[in-house]
Design a protein around this ligand. Structure first.
Ligand code: NAG
Ligand code: NAG
Ligand code: NAG
Ligand code: NAG
Ligand code: NAG
Ligand code: NAG
Ligand code: NAG
Ligand code: NAG
Ligand code: NAG
Ligand code: NAG
Ligand code: NAG
Ligand code: NAG
Length: 529
């Protein structure tokens, strides 16, 4: 093949360079936002942070610059502040002490399944909350307090410390705000994890939650007109999946929203993983990436979402990621998982989920971001040469979602109907008019699988509005679905020492009439010019 300078390749469509095209599809895209198209927040993809090692994310004596940079990348693209949830399982293992500066953790030993286990016992001091001031300006926060340990003193002291931190001048000047307090994590599991005895059920939950949340809201002086509100539910499972009787519908029926604390619930949160690695084994990357499974994992929440929206509340997945217990090796940490995250997130918008907080811990396999140096393998706990802070493949999916949403603050999305098992697509509208589209090929392409197939996509447009003649196509390039690094997005990398994007941007500018080719294990962002 002759060597052609990259600059000359721009805008030229080399049909000969792509693999055999085994399928061709034509997609019909409305030019104006269809009725009921979902409105997208700039921080649709947000983070949930396991709070035992919160000090590593925020930094104690100084901010963690790497973490701040990778958060700021999203702010630059979307003009929307980051929204960070801090808490999760360890929120329910946290005590407060005036004798502790930041945090003291007791960790169980590392194991092959959980190389970086959660602390069993966390004691925090005022400094632990104060370092929220290290995050980028404008960050919005959801923070959890301990309900599982049934200790009124702990939840009270944590609330006092939270309010002290968020009223400190360092935090107020940066407009870092406490949007939600979460009273307890996954209380539907308290009976199984011995947080409560065998009498624990949803009725008992509502009564005890009201009691604790009343103290939290009174301590924090929350009223219906306060900016800070409470999160509702934060359950581990959908009503479809659980046998415990915990669901948004059940707590509504028990009158939680009429209680003094319940009136402060503005958003219902539920948690979800597509599978589990708690006992090891079992996860298959192609399964995670499969279009019908992604839809199954999201649509199981539809009854819960409908019941929530009917009450005038918002609905989020406050903690989610691929496989529970920190992810499955060679699945959660791969490029294939990036395509999962993109399709999962965009599909979630179509059923009324307004934000997804992807769960992160230090050294977890499914992280988007590893914010500190790691000294042993996230896959099996074996010692490794120090691995500097870096982003993992899933981070690219969050960047793609951010770019698709953009900075207008008006973006809506509608799924494009595609009668293919392996290709998903979404159209994006700004000010009501078609601006972009994302297409994802979810066939997991592995080393040794032979020729890499492509799908050719042609466009037709429906309805009234301006149909573009030209488009730019930006590609997430992935070697194999199992790759754990070396992805590029528009030719650029985020795998840099400071977490900032690097390298020249390359996009293809093509006539819309030529359509595009989408390879197996690939995502593209089409911008209609
Ligand atoms: C959004 O853009 C406006 C105007 O440039 C700017 O003042 C504001 O700070 C931006 N907000 C964020 C969160 O970046
Ligand atoms: C209750 O919480 C307080 C403050 O976090 C702690 O000092 C105390 O030890 C806890 N009590 C029990 C029984 O765990
Ligand atoms: C947790 O740690 C604190 C402080 O180190 C200690 O007082 C407490 O007994 C511990 N609790 C458990 C359950 O280990
Ligand atoms: C962030 O807030 C600090 C403190 O108020 C201020 O000095 C700084 O200019 C702000 N930075 C940006 C980028 O807005
Ligand atoms: C402070 O943050 C809140 C919540 O994100 C936002 O609504 C408000 O506009 C921000 N205020 C300023 C001055 O940037
Ligand atoms: C179970 O715990 C509740 C408080 O959560 C208590 O009222 C009840 O007596 C306990 N039941 C048993 C059998 O210990
Ligand atoms: C909340 O609980 C703490 C600790 O038991 C108590 O001191 C405080 O008075 C309670 N506040 C309210 C408003 O109930
Ligand atoms: C709540 O209000 C009381 C009485 O006005 C005040 O003493 C206390 O500092 C307030 N607490 C917070 C967290 O604002
Ligand atoms: C959720 O996804 C997993 C693969 O990650 C799949 O095994 C499972 O069947 C899916 N669940 C549903 C309800 O589709
Ligand atoms: C994960 O992939 C690495 C590199 O290919 C391999 O050495 C390791 O055995 C795999 N681990 C599991 C649990 O499959
Ligand atoms: C490409 O498509 C052909 C025909 O459907 C199929 O036999 C082959 O397995 C595919 N290759 C890969 C790598 O998926
Ligand atoms: C990424 O690419 C570099 C340079 O080609 C190579 O040394 C490294 O092994 C690759 N890493 C992975 C995880 O594929």
């Amino acid at each position: 093949m002759p060597l052609i300078p990259q600059s000359m390749m721009k805008g030229i469509h080399f049909i000969t360079l792509v693999a055999p095209i085994v399928s061709a599809i034509e997609v019909a895209i409305p030019l104006t936002a269809p009725m009921g198209a979902a409105s997208l927040l700039g921080n649709l993809v947000s983070l949930s942070i396991e709070q035992d090692r919160w000090t590593d994310w925020a930094g104690t004596t100084e901010p963690n610059t790497f973490f701040n940079n990778v958060l700021d990348n999203f702010v630059q693209i979307t003009n929307t502040s980051s929204f960070v949830r801090i808490g999760a399982d360890s929120e329910d293992h946290t005590d407060f002490s005036y004798d502790v500066e930041y945090a003291e953790d007791i960790f169980p030993p590392s194991s092959t399944i959980k190389p970086y286990p959660e602390a069993t016992n966390i004691t925090v001091g005022q400094g632990y909350y104060n370092i929220i001031s290290h995050l980028p300006n404008g960050t919005q926060v959801q923070w959890g307090v301990n309900f599982r340990e049934n200790n009124f003193t702990a939840v009270y002291l944590e609330t006092v410390a939270l309010m002290n931190a968020f009223s400190s001048s360092a935090v107020v000047e940066k407009n870092i705000t406490l949007k939600f307090i979460e009273v307890g994590n996954e209380a539907d599991l308290y009976r199984n994890n011995k947080g409560r005895n065998n009498s624990w059920n949803v009725k008992e939950y509502v009564s005890e939650w009201e009691h604790f949340a009343h103290n939290v809201s009174a301590t924090a002086n929350l009223t219906k007109s306060s900016y800070t509100k409470l999160i509702g539910a934060a359950f581990a499972e959908s009503s479809h999946n659980n046998l415990t009787g915990f669901s948004p519908q059940a707590i509504f029926n028990l009158g939680i929203l009429e209680s003094s604390a319940g009136q402060l619930i503005e958003t219902i949160s539920q948690h979800h993983y597509s599978g589990s690695f708690c006992t090891g084994g079992g996860a298959v990357l192609q399964d995670l990436m499969t279009k019908s499974y992604i839809r199954g994992n999201i649509s199981m929440f539809v009854p819960d979402i409908e019941a929530t929206l009917a009450k005038g509340l918002k609905y989020i997945l406050g903690e989610t990621n691929s496989m529970s217990c920190h992810g499955a090796p060679n699945v959660s940490n791969t490029a294939g998982a990036a395509l999962w995250l993109l399709d999962y997130t965009l599909y979630a918008t179509q059923v009324g989920i307004s934000r997804l907080h992807f769960h992160e811990g230090i050294g977890y396999k499914y992280n988007l971001i590893q914010p500190v140096t790691l000294n042993y393998s996230i896959l099996d706990g074996s010692p490794i040469a120090p691995l500097a802070p870096h982003v993992q493949p899933a981070y690219y999916a969050a960047i793609i979602a951010a770019e698709a949403i953009g900075a207008s603050g008006t973006t809506q999305a509608a799924e494009i109907s595609i009668d293919e098992n392996n290709v998903s697509g979404y159209a994006f509208y700004e000010y009501g008019s078609l601006s972009k589209a994302v297409f994802i090929n979810t066939v997991a392409y592995f080393s040794g699988a032979g020729v890499r197939n492509s799908t050719h996509i042609d466009f037709s447009f429906t309805g009234t509005g301006h149909a573009a003649n030209m488009m730019s196509v930006k590609t997430l390039k992935i070697g194999y679905a199992s790759d754990t690094a070396n992805l590029t997005w528009g030719g650029q990398t985020y795998e840099t020492s400071d977490g900032r994007v690097s390298g020249p941007l390359t996009v293809d500018v093509l006539p819309v009439s030529s359509g595009v080719d989408l390879q197996e294990t690939e995502a593209i962002l089409v911008t209609f010019l």
